[in-house]
Design a protein. Structure first.
Length: 311
């Protein structure tokens, strides 16, 4: 029974990863399993699901996640990330699911901070992404805020909607596997590139623009972003990496760009509907500029990285 093996697999994995939540998972598991007709199919399905789950947990038990890293030393040179105790440094050390290595799709270096391209993107985020902005509209700020819910809840809750687009358990499982493998590898590749290039965020780049030796940038010492900036390096943009992967995965899975789906955000309390597989990606890219978190070139590189992982 497909419902039985799917339920057992999910239950066993969750209990292994989060044993302190066992009572919560037990109640959900019992409720789900009770809806499946008794018989040999159910019995064998539950056994198969548990067996597969145990094998997956064992396979990933030493996947590099527990790596011990030296303390992070922030850079002091112009262009270098200034964060203290930045997050997710362990991600590049995890064994990938589909990539040959975390660096397989590392993007080319970002524009030099003395370049025209860098200045253009800095001036854009300076104007649109500041806490005080004369050009950003309320709707643009709303877009920025929509995409600031923590990814752990924002993405998993909204990814789950795709599983509910079909009553076929095997199809739902395959789609979820595609989405989550793509997401896991895209974020790993993205963070690997972030710490490889170790580039500063607009949060530092704009107040310190008088140190970048670029005549087209002007420092604004009191500049702050319109929404909080995550504590990890700038390039490439993580939301663009994962969004780019999701968009391409959906396009290939459904065989068309014309796919409608919705995402909701607990930050804004709103739901947005997209009618193309790439629409969420495009929105999340510009949202990071409106939020003052990223340069445009970083969102572009992220989306391309995500697409390569998806392929």
């Amino acid at each position: 029974a497909g419902g039985a093996d799917g339920s057992a697999a999910g239950y066993v994995v969750l209990r292994a990863l989060f044993p302190n939540r066992g009572a919560q998972y037990q109640a959900a598991y019992d409720s789900e399993v009770a809806t499946i007709a008794a018989g040999e199919a159910k019995t064998r399905g539950l056994a198969l699901g548990a067996e597969v789950a145990a094998a997956i947990v064992a396979n990933r038990s030493n996947d590099g996640r527990a790596v011990v890293l030296q303390p992070y030393v922030p850079g002091t040179a112009p262009g270098k990330f200034r964060g203290v105790n930045p997050i997710n440094r362990f991600l590049p050390y995890i064994r990938p699911f589909s990539m040959t290595s975390a660096s397989q799709f590392r993007p080319p270096a970002p524009p030099a901070i003395g370049s025209v391209a860098y200045a253009a993107d800095l001036n854009e985020v300076k104007a649109l992404g500041g806490a005080v902005s004369a050009t950003r509209t309320p709707g643009q700020l709303e877009t920025a805020r929509f995409h600031t819910e923590a990814p752990a809840t924002f993405l998993t809750r909204n990814f789950g909607k795709f599983a509910r687009t079909t009553a076929n358990v095997a199809d739902a499982a395959r789609l979820m596997a595609i989405i989550y493998v793509g997401y896991a590898d895209a974020i790993e590749a993205c963070v690997e590139a972030k710490y490889f290039y170790d580039a500063w965020r607009p949060l530092s780049a704009i107040p310190l623009a008088d140190t970048d030796n670029n005549p087209a940038t002007v420092a604004e010492p009191g500049w702050t972003p319109s929404v909080p900036t995550p504590n990890h390096p700038e390039y490439p943009a993580a939301h663009s990496c994962t969004g780019g992967a999701l968009g391409e995965l959906l396009r290939q899975y459904y065989g068309t760009e014309k796919v409608s789906f919705s995402f909701d955000s607990t930050v804004t309390g709103t739901t947005r509907t997209y009618t193309r597989t790439g629409a969420l990606t495009e929105e999340s890219m510009i949202a990071r500029i409106y939020g003052g978190m990223h340069f445009r070139y970083s969102t572009t590189a992220g989306a391309e990285l995500g697409k390569q992982v998806a392929n």
